[in-house]
Write a protein that binds this ligand. Structure first.
Ligand SMILES: [Zn+2]
Length: 139
Protein backbone atom coordinates (compact mmCIF):
# COMPACT_ATOMS: atom_id res chain seq x y z
CA UNK A 1 0.00 0.00 0.00
CA UNK A 2 1.46 3.34 -1.05
CA UNK A 3 0.38 5.45 1.88
CA UNK A 4 2.36 8.53 2.93
CA UNK A 5 3.84 10.58 4.35
CA UNK A 6 6.93 9.73 2.33
CA UNK A 7 10.63 10.48 2.28
CA UNK A 8 12.31 10.51 -1.15
CA UNK A 9 15.96 9.52 -1.41
CA UNK A 10 18.31 11.56 -3.60
CA UNK A 11 17.66 9.43 -6.70
CA UNK A 12 13.89 9.94 -6.45
CA UNK A 13 13.62 13.71 -5.99
CA UNK A 14 11.72 14.01 -9.29
CA UNK A 15 9.20 11.37 -8.28
CA UNK A 16 8.87 13.30 -5.01
CA UNK A 17 7.94 16.48 -6.89
CA UNK A 18 5.23 14.66 -8.86
CA UNK A 19 3.81 13.04 -5.75
CA UNK A 20 3.58 16.50 -4.16
CA UNK A 21 1.62 17.69 -7.22
CA UNK A 22 -0.83 14.92 -6.34
CA UNK A 23 -1.16 16.28 -2.78
CA UNK A 24 1.23 13.88 -1.05
CA UNK A 25 3.55 14.87 1.79
CA UNK A 26 7.05 13.94 0.54
CA UNK A 27 10.06 15.11 2.53
CA UNK A 28 13.41 15.80 0.84
CA UNK A 29 16.49 13.96 2.09
CA UNK A 30 18.14 17.23 3.14
CA UNK A 31 20.75 16.78 5.84
CA UNK A 32 20.85 13.02 5.27
CA UNK A 33 24.39 12.07 4.26
CA UNK A 34 24.50 8.38 5.13
CA UNK A 35 21.86 5.71 4.57
CA UNK A 36 21.58 5.53 8.34
CA UNK A 37 20.42 9.18 8.41
CA UNK A 38 17.60 8.39 5.97
CA UNK A 39 16.51 5.41 8.03
CA UNK A 40 16.44 7.48 11.24
CA UNK A 41 14.51 10.31 9.55
CA UNK A 42 11.94 7.85 8.13
CA UNK A 43 11.49 6.21 11.52
CA UNK A 44 11.40 9.39 13.64
CA UNK A 45 9.01 11.23 11.31
CA UNK A 46 6.91 8.14 10.52
CA UNK A 47 7.61 8.33 6.78
CA UNK A 48 7.83 5.64 4.12
CA UNK A 49 11.25 5.85 2.48
CA UNK A 50 11.10 5.70 -1.33
CA UNK A 51 14.24 4.24 -2.85
CA UNK A 52 15.52 2.22 -5.82
CA UNK A 53 18.36 0.81 -3.72
CA UNK A 54 17.77 -2.80 -2.65
CA UNK A 55 20.55 -2.65 -0.06
CA UNK A 56 18.87 0.37 1.52
CA UNK A 57 15.54 -1.47 1.54
CA UNK A 58 17.18 -4.30 3.48
CA UNK A 59 18.78 -1.86 5.92
CA UNK A 60 15.40 -0.15 6.46
CA UNK A 61 13.76 -3.44 7.35
CA UNK A 62 16.55 -4.16 9.84
CA UNK A 63 16.34 -0.64 11.24
CA UNK A 64 12.57 -0.69 11.72
CA UNK A 65 11.70 1.93 9.09
CA UNK A 66 9.05 1.60 6.39
CA UNK A 67 10.45 1.48 2.88
CA UNK A 68 9.02 1.11 -0.62
CA UNK A 69 11.30 -0.18 -3.38
CA UNK A 70 10.67 1.72 -6.62
CA UNK A 71 11.30 -0.65 -9.51
CA UNK A 72 11.80 1.55 -12.57
CA UNK A 73 14.07 4.48 -13.40
CA UNK A 74 11.33 5.91 -15.65
CA UNK A 75 9.10 8.53 -14.02
CA UNK A 76 5.85 7.35 -15.67
CA UNK A 77 6.58 3.77 -14.60
CA UNK A 78 7.38 4.94 -11.08
CA UNK A 79 4.08 6.81 -10.83
CA UNK A 80 2.24 3.81 -12.33
CA UNK A 81 3.76 1.60 -9.63
CA UNK A 82 2.44 4.00 -6.97
CA UNK A 83 -1.03 4.03 -8.59
CA UNK A 84 -0.94 0.24 -8.67
CA UNK A 85 -0.31 0.34 -4.91
CA UNK A 86 -3.30 2.60 -4.28
CA UNK A 87 -2.10 6.16 -4.86
CA UNK A 88 -4.82 8.54 -6.10
CA UNK A 89 -2.82 10.29 -8.83
CA UNK A 90 -4.70 13.53 -9.44
CA UNK A 91 -3.46 17.11 -9.61
CA UNK A 92 -4.13 18.44 -6.11
CA UNK A 93 -1.61 21.13 -5.14
CA UNK A 94 -1.22 21.18 -1.37
CA UNK A 95 2.56 21.02 -1.01
CA UNK A 96 5.40 23.01 -2.53
CA UNK A 97 7.06 20.86 -5.20
CA UNK A 98 10.48 22.15 -4.11
CA UNK A 99 10.48 22.25 -0.32
CA UNK A 100 7.30 20.27 0.62
CA UNK A 101 5.91 23.05 2.89
CA UNK A 102 2.09 23.50 2.82
CA UNK A 103 0.69 25.91 0.21
CA UNK A 104 -1.68 28.73 1.09
CA UNK A 105 -4.43 29.67 -1.36
CA UNK A 106 -4.68 33.38 -2.13
CA UNK A 107 -6.92 34.50 -5.00
CA UNK A 108 -6.07 32.55 -8.14
CA UNK A 109 -2.70 31.37 -6.89
CA UNK A 110 -1.01 29.37 -4.17
CA UNK A 111 1.97 30.60 -2.16
CA UNK A 112 4.41 28.27 -0.42
CA UNK A 113 4.48 28.94 3.33
CA UNK A 114 8.08 27.67 3.41
CA UNK A 115 10.04 29.21 0.53
CA UNK A 116 7.52 31.71 -0.90
CA UNK A 117 7.31 30.13 -4.37
CA UNK A 118 4.07 31.08 -6.15
CA UNK A 119 1.98 28.63 -8.16
CA UNK A 120 -0.85 29.35 -10.55
CA UNK A 121 -2.88 27.48 -13.10
CA UNK A 122 -1.05 27.91 -16.38
CA UNK A 123 -0.92 25.91 -19.58
CA UNK A 124 1.62 23.53 -18.02
CA UNK A 125 -1.15 22.63 -15.57
CA UNK A 126 -3.17 20.95 -18.32
CA UNK A 127 -0.09 18.98 -19.38
CA UNK A 128 0.45 17.67 -15.84
CA UNK A 129 -3.22 16.75 -15.51
CA UNK A 130 -3.20 14.89 -18.84
CA UNK A 131 0.00 13.03 -18.04
CA UNK A 132 -1.48 11.90 -14.70
CA UNK A 133 -4.69 10.75 -16.44
CA UNK A 134 -2.63 8.77 -18.99
CA UNK A 135 -0.74 7.02 -16.20
CA UNK A 136 -3.97 6.23 -14.31
CA UNK A 137 -5.44 4.74 -17.49
CA UNK A 138 -2.49 2.37 -17.89
CA UNK A 139 -3.42 0.45 -14.76
ZN1 LIG B 1 8.43 25.91 -0.93
Amino acid sequence: MAKGPFLADLMLMKLGRWLRLAGEDVANPEGCIEDADLIVKARVEGRVLLTRDKALLARCKKGGADCLLILSSDLDDQLAQMVDLGLDLRLDPQRCTLCNAPLEKGGDRWICTGCGKAYWQGSHWVGIDERMARIRDRI
